[in-house]
Design a protein around this ligand. Structure first.
Ligand code: PMP
Length: 399
């Protein structure tokens, strides 16, 4: 076989992709073992039947041919109006390109702003695909460490230091954050915006969880002074409307960048299915009730989780303010996040994600997805805490 490209061979940096516990849990389920899966960021409800009915109708009406490559006008306009209403930043359809989910948007955004070999900064802990996405765009991912005691918020001074040291081209941030649930406050975003302006960085702002805020408020950094011309916002229907399988996402940015991204789209996926885009317009036009209905279980379960965790003191929760996860500090057990997750799966048949799957900063932590029904979640968390307590007692005894 002729040699493969370095780009494809090094996509996962030769290391693990961090999903081992998830795959092992799926294997156990396939072999008939009952496992409580708190791993992947996917709702336990499916896409609303009204959205599916509309999708079906539009497909039956013939919208099954090639759709407009930049995205259908109605969807680009609907999104532009929505973004303008939420942020106050003037936004037109020309500022929007539709992509195959937020994931393709992240890749396209880095392709648009990074030269091969450029450094692309991102914050650690991070959504597991970030480094591979950046490497896929032939750029060099550099993770910026954060600390659990700062709720994993980035320190703008540290970002500035690394931006200067590496001569970085871009900074990728994510608020509300996966995996930590942290929502960046205005002061952090203003600090980061200042760093971007001072160091002439592109800001890629992943806001796919912007409808899932439990505390504080979501601020899109594109709305900060001087940021409109250097920010690419990543959005998606996946989390807000439980449409993960529909693969509808977008980038909002300067018209000039969007033009180039349309060229990229022409030469890659050639658009997103028209009847699915029609369904996305329909879903967005439902207004708040539908996205509130999708978000509500996570709001409820996050409160439930914090109540259960407050009743013991071995496992500590990072103050989750948004998104569908809670991040737990299990360092009192003496184990790494990975060893704890492996042991929990074996001993209690509960699957969680090791913090290390999301970068070094989250070592000694685990991420719990709030994606099973309330009673099962409560049971799993109580068992998890009891398990952690046994390990912590043993660790103390051994030292
Ligand atoms: N960004 C973050 C932070 C995510 O958690 C995800 C999915 N888990 C994505 C982007 C991509 O989502 P999608 O491609 O389904 O829009």
């Amino acid at each position: 076989m002729p040699q493969l490209s370095t780009r494809i061979r090094t996509l996962n940096s030769g290391g693990s992709d961090g999903w081992e516990v998830f795959y092992r849990a799926r294997q156990m389920v396939a072999a008939g073992t009952r496992v409580i899966e708190l791993t992947i960021g996917e709702h336990d409800i499916r896409t609303h039947p009204l959205i599916l009915d509309h999708m079906h109708e539009r497909a039956r009406a013939g919208h099954t041919g090639y759709a407009s490559v930049p995205g259908i006008k109605a969807l680009r306009e609907t999104l532009a109006q929505r973004v303008e209403a939420q942020t106050g930043v003037p936004t037109k359809a020309d500022n929007v390109v539709i992509t195959a989910g937020g994931q393709a948007a992240l890749f396209a955004a880095h392709i648009a702003v990074c030269q091969p070999g450029d450094t692309a900064l991102h914050i650690d802990p991070y959504y597991a695909t970030y480094p591979g996405t950046i490497r896929g765009a032939s750029a060099k991912p550099v993770a910026i460490a954060t600390r659990a005691r700062d709720a994993f918020l980035p320190d703008p001074a540290e970002v500035a230091r690394l931006a200067k040291e590496t001569g970085a081209r871009s900074l990728l941030i994510n608020t509300p954050n996966n995996p930590t649930g942290t929502v960046y406050p205005r002061a952090t975003l203003e600090g980061l915006a200042g760093v971007c302006i001072e160091n002439d960085l592109w800001l890629i702002s992943d806001e796919v969880y912007d409808t899932q805020i439990w505390e504080g408020e979501h601020l899109s950094p594109r709305a900060l002074p001087g940021m409109q011309d250097r920010t690419l916002v990543i959005g998606s229907m996946s989390k807000s409307h439980a449409m993960t399988g529909s693969r509808v996402g977008w980038i909002v940015g300067p018209v000039e960048v969007i033009k180039h991204l349309i060229d990229l789209s022409t030469n890659t996926n050639y658009g997103v299915p028209g009847y699915i885009q029609d369904a996305a317009v329909f879903a967005l036009n439902q207004g708040a009730w539908l996205q509130d209905e999708v978000a509500e279980p996570f709001r409820r379960r996050r409160a439930l989780a914090l109540d259960i965790l407050a009743a013991q003191n071995t496992v500590t929760a990072i103050p989750s303010q948004g998104a569908m996860y809670v991040m737990l500090d299990i360092r009192a057990t003496g184990l790494s996040g990975r060893d704890f997750a492996e042991a929990l799966l074996d001993a209690r048949h509960i699957a969680v994600m090791p913090g290390e799957s999301f970068g070094n900063s989250a070592a000694g932590h685990i991420r719990v997805a709030l994606t099973v029904d309330d009673a099962l979640l409560a049971q799993a968390l109580r068992e998890l805490c009891a398990f952690a307590e046994t390990l912590a007692e043993k660790a103390q005894h051994d030292t």
